[in-house]
Design a protein. Structure first.
Length: 735
């Protein structure tokens, strides 16, 4: 209590300081006197904060040796937890102090020499942190000083708190004025000396089209190195320290962009020409004097798609690919199981000549658009006009509701996979929206090439988690510690293995590597059919999921497409682990629950099923979501929702409408893959229903092109009889 009282008293103290303008020649002398008084009485409960402030007071007091000693104490605080960062904490202060100690009139030369000496002894990771130390807002410290001088000096006194702020701001204002103008261009120069960057290269294709490139090389690397190619439609801008770190391992890195993106003068045409243009870029790479003729590809989402597009006409110099969360064009984007979604328009307004992050991130704008489309009941193919103008790519995609030759021509299809004889390393996640694309490439590769050298890694990761770095917690679920892997590091170990003949990454114990959620273990098997040893077949009977086949009956459901009260409030409301089922997903849905399991088992793989139903219309879009209900009463969402257009369920390439009032069998397949240890005392819960919300393409069931249907086609409600010989079949592993 005495310490707390002293601390409180300390900050309530007043110090003598007469109001004076910053521009007054006497200001510095007055401030330095204040600083001396401040040093005598300053105390702080937080020791790190104390050292951080006291360091600045010492610099103002010209106690440079004392300041360096304090700075070293600050660095020791980070030494164990962030060793690379600890070496450069306060580097702007250190260099300023050393320059002052040198007592030179040639400030620029002295400062540059000191900076270079310090820089040359640092690791690349430490160097990467330095630019943040020299970031500042123009005029900020000066403005704060003037604000304190104007508002906080009363009757020739200043509070201890404001005295601390005044000295801090003046210290930093001085450093910025004297040294930052030297440091910032020097940092750029040092970077250029270490790395060769060319960011405005145009490659002309054989057809006269333009592909823009950025390249970066490490100046200390061997003359000829393998090249890592990332082919994207996103203009990522500057290289990060990760790329620079990877360069030091002996690679050149090339970023290439789809036609029309960045400096290319062509029309932006996402997904259209990668199967041609990637090979043109590889041709250009292997002709460069720094290339050793070997190319590997990496990247996620669209950049994963572009790798597979490249394999459709495999270039001899392409030795391996590492696709992550790879889009299956026509498989899971812009349609999944033949269902389009409004997100496709949002994405098209993101992936433009210059990637529009601001527009893409404006959730209020997109939620408003989706709700407007939903309330008005307009045709889905007018969504772009509702947004503002016709989008030709949006319209082109909608003209292909079947998985036809248009989609098939952009990605490897059937026998194309037989020719893919290079090693592949795939990453995806249970909560990755593009998981089905990754699974398509993996499954088809082995289907048509029995000798495929394809490694597969899947865990409890989201789409962005696979691409940008695994999150320890995702939507309320804290992943098992063992699932926290460094995908970037494993990827470059793979490149070393394939392109340089080094050891295979230790993490890859076998061809298929699956993290079993809830077990804190990885399952490593030679092929995906080895991850389960049983099938759990559950029938949908009234409100029950049951293993025994029930006597035939049905549940009746009525969906009124005219009702539009359920507008969206958020894109991201549902959690993976929650105390209840997400209410927004229960609208017009049926819920089935199993008995309690008395022994634990693993769910490993994708469920399949068969829905027996009759409806009064000619089509519908079905949704299924499966949860584990824990003994605690919490619900664990096992994977992304499955949804599919009933008229395409038997053949994604050919639509077959349902016969009204006739019992039909709708196969359930192409569902999301998951792996989870189901504990004793848990249950499984299945939510079944129809797609009807602002963020979906609504199928009114007339049998017309769904993109052309409007609320005028709703007429009578959709009436469904769900027969209880409908079932799902879940792959499990049980000892």
């Amino acid at each position: 209590m005495l310490f707390l009282f002293s601390f409180s008293f300390c900050f309530s103290q007043k110090l003598y300081f007469k109001r004076i303008e910053l521009e007054n020649p006497e200001f510095e002398n007055k401030l330095l006197k204040l600083n001396k008084e401040l040093m005598k009485i300053y105390k702080e409960k937080d020791s790190l904060k104390y050292k951080d402030n006291y360091l600045r007071f010492q610099i103002l007091n010209k106690d440079y040796d004392g300041a360096l000693n304090t700075l070293n104490k600050v660095r020791n605080f980070y030494k164990d937890s962030y060793p690379d960062y600890s070496k450069i904490v306060g580097i702007q202060f250190e260099l300023f102090i050393l320059m002052k100690k040198a007592k030179t009139n040639d400030i620029r030369s002295t400062y540059e020499r000191l900076f270079r000496e310090k820089y040359s002894n640092l690791s690349l990771l430490s160097k990467n942190f330095i630019p943040d130390s020299f970031k500042f807002k123009e005029g900020y410290n000066k403005n704060e000083i003037n604000k304190i001088l104007k508002d906080s000096i009363i009757q020739d006194s200043i509070s201890l708190k404001n005295a601390v702020l005044l000295c801090r701001h003046y210290n930093y204002h001085t450093m910025i004025t004297e040294t930052f103008s030297i440091a910032k261009p020097l940092l750029k120069k040092l970077d250029e000396e270490e790395f060769l960057v060319k960011d405005s290269i145009i490659v002309k294709t054989k057809k006269g089209k333009e592909v823009a490139l950025r390249i970066i090389r490490y100046n200390k690397s061997e003359l000829r190195t393998p090249t890592i190619l990332n082919f994207s439609t996103y203009n990522v801008g500057q290289f990060t320290y990760k790329e620079k770190l990877n360069l030091t391992k002996g690679y050149a890195i090339v970023y290439a962009y789809s036609r029309g993106v960045y400096l290319s003068k062509d029309e932006v045409s996402p997904f259209e020409f990668e199967s041609e243009d990637v090979n043109e870029v590889i041709d250009w790479i292997i002709k460069q004097p720094w290339s050793n003729g070997k190319v590997g590809m990496i990247g996620g989402s669209y950049d994963g798609f572009s790798q597979w597009a490249a394999t459709k006409n495999l270039h001899p110099a392409l030795k391996t690919i590492i696709p992550s969360a790879s889009v299956g064009f026509g498989i899971d984007f812009p349609m999944y199981n033949n269902c389009f979604s409004p997100y496709m328009l949002r994405w098209l307004n993101y992936a433009k000549k210059e990637t529009d992050n601001k527009l893409f991130s404006d959730e209020k704008k997109w939620i408003s658009l989706y709700n407007s489309y939903y309330k008005k009941g307009i045709a889905f193919n007018t969504l772009d006009s509702l947004f503002g103008n016709t989008n030709p790519v949006f319209q082109k995609w909608l003209n292909h509701p079947s998985f036809d030759a248009f989609w098939q021509s952009k990605i490897p299809y059937k026998k194309d996979f037989a020719k893919i004889n290079i090693p592949v390393l795939t990453f995806t996640g249970y909560f990755d929206a593009d998981q089905r694309g990754a699974m398509y490439y993996y499954n088809e590769h082995y289907k048509y090439n029995k000798n495929a050298n394809h490694y597969f890694v899947i865990g409890p990761y989201s789409h962005s988690g696979v691409i940008s770095g695994v999150d320890e917690e995702y939507k309320g679920y804290k992943i098992d510690p063992i699932a926290k892997i460094d995908i970037e590091a494993i990827s470059y170990q793979w490149f070393d293995y394939i392109l340089k003949g080094k050891e295979k990454p230790e993490f890859l114990k076998d061809k298929v590597n699956i993290q079993v959620m809830g077990s804190n273990q990885w399952k490593n098997v030679v092929s995906i059919d080895k991850i389960s040893n049983k099938k759990l077949k559950l029938f949908l009977n009234k409100t029950k999921l049951q293993e025994s086949k029930p006597e035939l009956s049905f549940l009746f459901q009525k969906i009124d497409f005219m009702k539009r009260e359920d507008t969206m409030q958020s894109f991201d409301g549902e959690k993976i682990l929650d105390s209840s089922l997400y209410k927004a997903n229960l609208k017009d849905k049926l819920v089935f629950e199993s008995d309690t399991f008395d022994v634990p088992f693993e769910i490993n793989g994708s469920f399949i099923g068969s829905l027996k139903t009759s409806i009064n219309k000619r089509d519908m879009d079905v949704m299924i979501t499966i949860y584990e209900k824990l003994a605690t009463g919490q619900y664990f969402k096992l994977s992304h929702e499955y949804f599919a257009r009933a008229s395409y369920a038997k053949d994604s390439g050919k639509r077959k409408l349902l016969k009204p009032h006739t019992i039909e069998t709708i196969p359930v397949h192409n569902t999301f893959f998951t792996s989870r240890k189901i504990e004793k005392g848990s249950k499984l819960v299945l939510v079944l229903g129809i797609r009807k919300s602002p963020d979906v393409q609504i199928n009114y069931g007339t049998g017309k092109d769904v993109s052309e249907e409007t609320i005028a086609d709703a007429k009578e409600p959709l009436e469904i009889k769900w027969y209880n010989d409908s079932y799902i079949e879940i792959p499990i592993f049980q000892n």
